[in-house]
Design a protein around this ligand. Structure first.
Ligand code: NVA
Length: 386
């Protein structure tokens, strides 16, 4: 809209403009942290969700009690009954977000069971359930993560319709270097048999991904304005971190590598979830080795209570700590699993209003509210919090 064009009635202009929405000021993609008021979000979908083949990188990221499940179902649909219930839960989650004033976008449907072959490997896909794993928004830029699992090589395709629209609207669009995912990217004899093995390997800084080439998942990053945090994990290697460090440095953003006492690091948002300016949920089972940096900066380091989800409920691809994998709608409102009453009480004691939603069956696919979403626009500016 040309403000100087005298043919444009000034009244129309005033009606169409809303200076308070960040879209008007910054375009369709704009988010610097995890808590500014949420205006638009992508929510994943269950359609076509396929159990990944049981490869070495999947084994290193899952728990022994589920290995039989992967051996049996790899390459076929997740159990239909679960998908149906997960789908209903996620639809309701979307309705609640809309009711709270958030614009909701969904990825395209794909057949993830389709087998693909590259010069380096063969696999089928997995799903488009967890946009947080693959997309990272920093300011007006949307970054497609390279990913580290072979079953996730083509996952970006489900988001391309949306990303092209954002690009047309003015957003910056970056894809990190695509890994070959040749055998050299993985430690083919990663010696994992027990929880003790996991602790020992993680403590020694030994991971299933090598340094053959950069790889990372977007969910290993946590944003707080001028400071972004990342962990070396089973899916994010040091070359991937270095690629992002150089990329973000150009925008004046400092990338800090954190580490945790975690036998199975993969995706930081059930370990260290920043929920407000100077406020972080820090998993008590996974102490952060650099926590003094936050305490010295005056941050509130909050240890969430133990998750309440029952041992019987299948979580094929995650720990129980999805309870702290919450989505902030703004600094005073949080979407939280309805059955997790302990963490709900914690939020209330902090003066944060809980919006309870039930996604227990969606949890079985490996994520909570933070994983199931990618915030595209939050209304706020780039600031320093550290
Ligand atoms: N892999 C981590 C994060 C999941 C969001 C876990 O299972 O706790």
């Amino acid at each position: 809209l040309d403000k100087n064009n005298s043919n444009v009635a000034s009244e129309d202009y005033i009606m169409e403009s809303d200076e308070n929405l960040s879209h008007e000021k910054h375009g369709p993609v704009w988010a610097w942290n995890e808590w500014d008021p949420l205006e638009e979000v992508i929510v994943g979908n269950v359609n076509g969700a396929t159990v990944p083949p049981f490869t070495v990188e999947v084994k290193a990221n899952t728990y022994a009690k589920h290995w039989e499940f992967f051996r049996k179902h790899g390459g076929t649909s997740f159990p239909e009954g679960y998908l149906k219930k997960a789908n209903a839960e996620i639809e309701e989650f979307c309705n609640i977000l809309k009711h709270e004033g958030v614009e909701v976008k969904r990825p395209d449907n794909m057949d993830f069971s389709q087998v693909y072959q590259t010069p380096d490997f063969e696999s089928c896909g997995m799903y488009a359930a967890m946009p947080r794993d693959i997309l990272l928004v920093i300011g007006d830029e949307i970054i497609e993560a390279p990913m580290a699992w072979r079953s996730r090589f083509f996952e970006y395709r489900a988001y391309r319709s949306l990303i092209k629209e954002y690009f047309k609207g003015g957003a910056m669009w970056t894809t990190a270097p695509k890994p070959q995912m040749a055998d050299e990217l993985y430690d083919q004899v990663y010696p994992i048999r027990s929880v003790e093995d996991r602790h020992r390997l993680a403590a020694n800084g030994q991971f299933v991904t090598t340094e053959f080439e950069p790889c990372f998942d977007a969910a290993d990053f946590m944003r707080a304005g001028r400071d972004v945090f990342v962990q070396r994990s089973q899916v994010t290697n040091y070359m991937g971190i270095e690629w992002m460090r150089r990329h973000l440095e150009k925008k004046g953003i400092r990338l800090h590598t954190l580490s945790f006492k975690d036998p199975n690091p993969m995706h930081i948002d059930a370990t260290f979830n920043i929920i407000g300016p100077g406020m972080v949920l820090s998993n008590p089972d996974r102490p952060c080795h650099q926590i003094e940096m936050f305490k010295n900066a005056g941050w509130d380091v909050i240890h969430p209570p133990n998750p309440l989800i029952s041992d019987d409920h299948p979580l094929w691809m995650s720990s129980k700590w999805l309870s702290m994998n919450v989505l902030m709608l703004d600094p005073k409102r949080v979407i939280v699993q309805s059955t997790e009453t302990s963490i709900r009480k914690l939020f209330e004691s902090l003066g944060i209003e809980c919006i309870p939603v039930n996604i227990l069956h969606a949890n079985s696919l490996g994520g909570g509210f933070h994983c199931w979403t990618c915030d595209i626009r939050r209304n706020g500016e780039l600031e320093s919090y550290l």
